[in-house]
Ligand binder design. Structure first.
Ligand SMILES: Cc1cc2nc3c(=O)[nH]c(=O)nc-3n(C[C@H](O)[C@H](O)[C@H](O)COP(=O)(O)OP(=O)(O)OC[C@H]3O[C@@H](n4cnc5c(N)ncnc54)[C@H](O)[C@@H]3O)c2cc1C
Ligand SMILES: NC(=O)c1ccc[n+]([C@@H]2O[C@H](COP(=O)([O-])OP(=O)(O)OC[C@H]3O[C@@H](n4cnc5c(N)ncnc54)[C@H](OP(=O)(O)O)[C@@H]3O)[C@@H](O)[C@H]2O)c1
Length: 452
């Protein structure tokens, strides 16, 4: 009987477990996560106002409730928990699905000024990730600059523009709701270093910006027209053409009565974050021009955009896991068809799937086929892997070594505590925002009123 540990319960971990139990009627899978809560970025990344996408948790839940799948929460793999080598001893195979939790850096002066944050930190805060700090993101901010024009940039821009009435029905933690409701941000500049036809956001997400109550969206026609495809997008591939068509609809002067203005800026690359009164006050950009090959060149002309809050949304980045090889250039684990490569050779019994395998791009569904490819490799290797005799259940050995997992019932207790918390606040489900309240709830205590 094949016994597999899947490390990470995000989409790639859940899809890996699903394919394993579907394709091998004898396989048993433990899904370990460093958090007491499952679902990875579906719980801690997908924006709280996107309830439909969040509801995908229902299908991931069905995987984790499968009779041959077991969720083991609050089990970090690595130096602070179970060493990778130990896991390899206890299971026939280990599939690492640990995502890409860190952020890419801009590498410009002033990046570390107070008031300058990665989108990763901001997203983690409004998503109630227990590692996130309440950094006072919105304190004193009237103008915000979002660097980058991908879907995460659209998410954080939208969250800055949403009013309390729209956020209240979400499961956003109460402190974040209170802070966003009191926000004085009136202008949000979302800035791309290339042109409208090269932006990475998708049209559905872009279009949504134009539907926000009390919010106007503006594109500077002259600036956007530096992109030759802006005037005539007909030659672009359909997804990019649709983006440009939406952007072309926003070149009129903004409604004067709107409370907030989202300005979409292009051909500006950040060169420095400027301090005012000890914290960030503006971003200095260099105007760029298309190079005719999809890239841009600097023009030597500069512009400052005011912002007391700067969110750097330039992509996520994988982090090395002790005991696993890591390619620092791509932020991924080297692999061949999902089989981990050590020094160029396949490491028997070790696999990867999801963002740690491919890098931090792709929507939730992309991880399904990615996981299937990895599982196909694993099942090809299974006859040699299962030749090794293992204890029937690795959990007693892990427990004897001090590991105390939060079981599925513990996660269900967290869900109940989040319902109770919401009811006590006159809201729906409200997420518990810190380790203490999550673990108290999971271990059977009452965590309906968290400290923060
Ligand atoms: C802000 C944001 C919003 C997004 N919104 C959408 C959206 O609306 N729609 C969409 O389709 N896609 C969206 N995506 C993309 C989608 O979330 C990803 O494609 C997907 O989550 C990647 O899955 P993953 O399993 O590889 O990683 P993750 O979802 O990050 O899961 C990794 C899991 O591994 C665990 N882990 C990490 N290290 C360890 C360790 N050492 N030991 C044990 N466990 C560990 C983590 O706790 C986590 O649970 C969004 C991405 C981001 C960043
Ligand atoms: N609703 C959804 O479906 C949803 C929501 C959120 C995320 N996601 C997915 O999650 C993945 C990650 O999204 P993401 O937005 O983090 O990444 P992304 O799509 O890769 O976008 C990153 C953005 O940062 C810019 N950038 C990178 N380095 C820069 C630099 N040094 N200076 C200025 N700009 C820089 C990029 O510009 P260049 O193009 O010029 O490099 C790009 O605009 C994507 O696949 C996305 O679709 C989906």
């Amino acid at each position: 009987m094949l016994r597999v540990a899947v490390v990470g319960s995000g989409p790639s971990g859940c899809y890996t477990a699903q394919h394993l139990v579907q394709l091998d009627p004898g396989a048993r899978v433990d899904v370990l996560d460093r958090l007491p809560c499952p679902y990875g970025l579906v719980r801690y990344g997908v924006a709280p106002d996107h309830e439909k996408i969040k509801s995908l948790q229902g299908s991931l839940r069905a995987v984790l409730e499968h009779e041959r799948v077991r969720f083991l929460g609050a089990v970090p793999v690595g130096p602070d928990g179970v060493p990778a080598a130990r896991l390899r001893e206890l299971y026939h195979a280990v599939v690492y699905c640990v995502g890409a939790a860190a952020d890419r850096h801009l590498g410009v002066p002033g990046e570390g000024l107070p008031g300058s944050w990665s989108a990763t930190e901001f997203v983690s805060w409004y998503s109630a990730h227990p590692d996130a700090a309440d950094a006072g993101f919105l304190r004193g901010a009237r103008s915000a600059v979002v660097v980058g024009v991908g879907n995460v940039a659209v998410d954080v821009t939208r969250m800055l523009a949403r009013g309390a009435g729209e956020l209240r029905p979400t499961d956003m933690p109460h402190a974040a709701l209170t802070a966003l409701a009191a926000s004085e941000v009136e202008e949000i500049h979302m800035v791309g270093r290339r042109g409208p036809s090269q932006a990475r956001f998708t049209t559905k997400e872009l279009r949504e910006l134009g539907t926000l109550p009390d919010t106007a969206v503006q594109v500077d026609a002259a600036e956007a027209a530096l992109d030759p495809s802006f005037a005539d997008p007909s030659g672009l591939p359909p997804p990019r053409r649709r983006n440009v068509e939406v952007l072309r609809g926003w070149t009129a002067p903004p409604r004067p009565d709107a409370r907030r203005l989202i300005r979409l800026r292009f051909f500006l690359r950040p060169v420095e974050l400027l301090a005012r009164d000890g914290r960030v006050g503006a971003v200095r950009f260099e105007r760029t021009a298309p190079d005719g090959r999809g890239g841009v060149t600097g023009t030597g002309r500069f512009e400052e955009v005011e912002g007391q809050l700067v969110l750097r949304s330039v992509g996520y980045r994988g982090v090395p896991l002790e005991g696993l090889p890591f390619d620092a250039a791509t932020g991924t684990v080297p692999h061949l068809g999902g089989r981990v490569l050590r020094g160029g050779a396949v490491a028997p019994g070790e696999y990867v799937a999801g963002w740690i395998k491919r890098g931090p791009t792709g929507v939730i569904g992309t991880n399904r086929s990615c996981a299937k490819d990895t599982v196909t490799s694993l099942l090809q290797d299974a006859p040699s892997l299962t030749a090794r005799a293992l204890p029937d259940d690795p959990l007693p050995a892990l427990r004897a070594e001090g590991v105390d997992p939060v079981p599925w019932q513990g996660w269900q207790a967290i869900e109940r505590a989040e319902s109770r918390l919401g009811a006590s606040l006159g809201r729906g489900v409200v997420k518990l925002p810190d380790w203490e309240s999550l673990l108290t709830a999971a271990r059977g205590g009452d965590a309906s009123v968290p400290r923060s």
